[in-house]
Design a protein around this ligand. Structure first.
Ligand SMILES: Cc1cc2nc3c(=O)[nH]c(=O)nc-3n(C[C@H](O)[C@H](O)[C@H](O)COP(=O)(O)OP(=O)(O)OC[C@H]3O[C@@H](n4cnc5c(N)ncnc54)[C@H](O)[C@@H]3O)c2cc1C
Length: 260
């Protein structure tokens, strides 16, 4: 067996269509509007927020005589007043690799604002098993030996099943699929796998808050600690209210504006 750590790949993000935005600003009477957003995602959220009150510049809406200048203060106010729907416009596309089915079972419970594609263990046959080893297991020599031995036995079992049912000689893919699905029932829930997970920023904030909490499970805390650090760096104004402390060596991310 191979021991692995969860891996985060950010493979996509929403981007601005410059000519479309310019055309809209012309249309709305603010052709000179610009912002200092560090990313397209933050610019999109700001644009969607400002169109609500026509607050691109004073006077566009006769009721508005002052506006908040700059992406950071604008989004900080959005977070403070809980105008979370504007954060739904920008999306991120992640792939989480070498994560257990423990993590993927927990992750798919978050339904609002996500898209999911999970590696199929009906199609992808398990032969070599890999797994994240939890801290309590790692800390005990005997526990670790038992963990590794069990995984190796289950790995052998997968190969034994493959031989017993002659799956490599099977020509019909439909039969292979049925056999592969039967075999996976004898695989451990800790087996490492891959999941594609896309979400909007509102959802991401909620999931980071819930899954970095010290009461959440260790591996998903580790995963969302990594996700948080990545997005905090890349989209600072959408997470400017977050404070990170370490609990058991893992980030616990908190805010006064939870679940915007
Ligand atoms: C520490 C911890 C322990 C847990 N233990 C268990 C457990 O023992 N057993 C168990 O089954 N689950 C458990 N869960 C999972 C938990 O109950 C939620 O299902 C999961 O965290 C998804 O979060 P969410 O409900 O906020 O849904 P999300 O899909 O993330 O939704 C975000 C928000 O949108 C709203 N929303 C989403 N869907 C609906 C809807 N259909 N109707 C109305 N409003 C909606 C809600 O306000 C929701 O909070 C645990 C989670 C954590 C973090």
């Amino acid at each position: 067996m191979k021991t692995v750590e969860p891996k985060v790949f950010l493979i996509g993000e929403t981007r601005i269509v410059e000519e479309g935005l310019r055309a809209f600003l012309e249309h709305t009477g603010a052709p000179g509007w610009s912002t200092d957003a560090p990313s397209d995602s933050e610019m999109i959220c700001e644009t969607m927020g400002r169109l609500c009150y026509r607050s691109f510049e004073p006077g566009l809406n006769p009721n508005v005589t002052r506006i908040r200048e700059g992406n950071a203060p604008y989004l900080a106010n959005i977070l403070q007043v809980g105008h979370g729907s504007v954060l739904e416009h920008a999306q991120l596309n992640f792939i989480f690799a070498d994560v257990s089915r423990v993590v993927t079972h927990e992750l798919v419970r978050h339904r609002a604002g996500v898209a999911i594609s999970q590696e199929s263990l009906r199609f992808v046959r398990l032969d070599a098993l890999s797994a994240y080893v939890p801290l309590h297991i790692r800390e005990s020599e005997e526990g670790l030996a038992l963990f590794v031995r069990t995984f190796e036995e289950l790995e052998r079992l997968q190969r034994e099943l493959a031989d017993l049912y002659g799956i490599d000689d099977e020509k019909k893919f439909d039969v292979k699929k049925k056999l592969t699905s039967a075999f996976r029932r004898m695989a451990p829930i800790g087996v490492a796998t891959t999941i594609g997970w896309s979400c909007n920023f509102r959802t991401l904030r909620h999931v980071v808050e819930m899954r970095t909490d010290p009461h959440a499970e260790e591996e998903i805390r580790l995963l969302f600690g990594m996700v948080y650090r990545l997005v905090r760096e890349r989209y600072p104004n959408l997470f400017s209210d977050y404070e990170e402390t370490l609990v058991d060596g893992l980030p616990w991310v908190r805010t006064a504006h939870a679940k915007v």
